[in-house]
Design a protein around this ligand. Structure first.
Ligand code: SF4
Length: 350
């Protein structure tokens, strides 16, 4: 096991998705993981550092459970999966909630977890509510390893399975202290959270008992097209070895980032002979005043329009779909953006 003592999140398989270039998202010092991972050989024993408790649980797995059938996954194989992020910031009343839910007809609704460390709706609770309200789309809460220890994460994953969620998106998570002075907890990193999900979905719960299971959510992980290709290929191979089945990209806001996705997928294919499904995240509308904010977050922005980026994404041979993040101030504004952009996406992808 490689221990990097100067990583504030104590990651075993870094870097996390928050490294800005080679700088740590927490305090700006040099991220030790970015250069270390690039130098590590791709030997089998180097692929994934497993949390010791999870390694012990491996022996209890009898078989994987059947993935839940969903429109999202059927459309992944056709290269036209369509998801949209639930607008947590604009829902301020039960009326807003119902208005948004009734207007949603994507394959999948993703539910973010406290973006940038700001407290918000609990993603598992909100996904459960969405299911209960008769949402036409599937649900995919983001489950992050920040601020939850291993047992809290296991119970969230068990809930996602028991309530029939279509997918879970598993990431390390943002440092909570970025926005407020709350005490951070990082017991697992993204690859170990992915491995924990595969154990729980196979009916193995920590500290070591079995439960019966019927079906399971798909396991999604995050991809950054903004990291160096050699680094990102190795980061994603660790997630694949841990059990990821599909990648959702960070926001793509320029043509070069689409080209980077192509290169990363080529690198993974070359090393593993595996074709991984990728869903590309696009932001709309991409206003000029957002540029400095996105660039501070490590997301480069180009001059292309939304339609041009969409065409560029479509030109990727191996793209499996599009994930939309719409920026609005009210539920009504969000719904009109949704009606506008879903037409554009469907014209290009269907
Ligand atoms: S950027 Fe992430 S991986 Fe790198 S040192 Fe900071 S917390 Fe650790």
């Amino acid at each position: 096991m490689i221990k990097v003592y100067s990583c504030p999140k104590d990651l075993l398989n870094g870097p996390c998705g928050g490294a800005l270039g080679d700088s740590c998202e927490v305090d700006g010092r040099r991220c030790p993981w970015t250069s270390l991972l690039e130098r590590l050989p791709l030997e089998p024993w180097m692929l994934f550092d497993e949390h010791p408790l999870l390694a012990r649980l491996e022996g209890l797995v009898e078989s994987d459970s059947r993935p839940k059938d969903s429109a999202f996954w059927r459309n992944i194989s056709k290269g036209r999966a369509f998801s949209v992020e639930f607008p947590i910031r604009v829902v301020r009343s039960s009326g807003d909630f119902l208005e948004v839910v009734n207007g949603l007809d994507a394959d999948l609704v993703t539910v973010p977890d406290n973006p940038l460390g700001y407290p918000h709706f609990d993603p598992i609770a909100l996904a459960t509510k969405l299911k209960d309200t008769g949402l036409k789309a599937g649900v995919m809460p983001h489950v992050t390893a920040k601020d939850r220890n291993l047992s809290a994460l296991a119970s969230e994953l068990r809930t996602a399975q028991l309530f029939g969620f279509e997918a879970v998106l598993l990431t390390t998570g943002d440092w909570p202290g970025l926005s407020m002075p709350s005490r951070p907890v990082f017991e697992l990193d993204a690859p170990n959270l992915i491995r924990l999900a595969r154990l729980v979905f196979a009916g193995v719960m920590p500290p070591g008992y079995r439960v019966s299971v019927e079906g399971r959510p798909r396991v999604a992980a995050a991809m950054s097209p903004h990291y160096r290709t050699t680094l990102e290929v190795k980061r994603l191979i660790r997630k694949l070895v841990a059990g990821a089945e599909v990648f959702f990209t960070q926001v793509v806001a320029r043509r070069d980032s689409v080209a980077a996705i192509r290169e990363i997928l080529g690198g993974i294919r070359e090393k593993t002979k595996v074709d991984v499904p990728v869903v590309v995240s696009l932001l709309y509308p991409l206003r000029d005043e957002l540029r400095p904010f996105l660039e501070r977050m490590g997301i480069p922005v180009g001059g292309e329009s939304f339609e041009e980026l969409l065409e560029e994404v479509k030109s990727l041979d191996d793209v499996s779909g599009v994930n939309l993040i719409l920026l609005a101030d009210t539920a009504g504004e969000w719904l009109s953006l949704w009606n506008e952009t879903r037409k554009l996406v469907r014209e290009v992808f269907v």
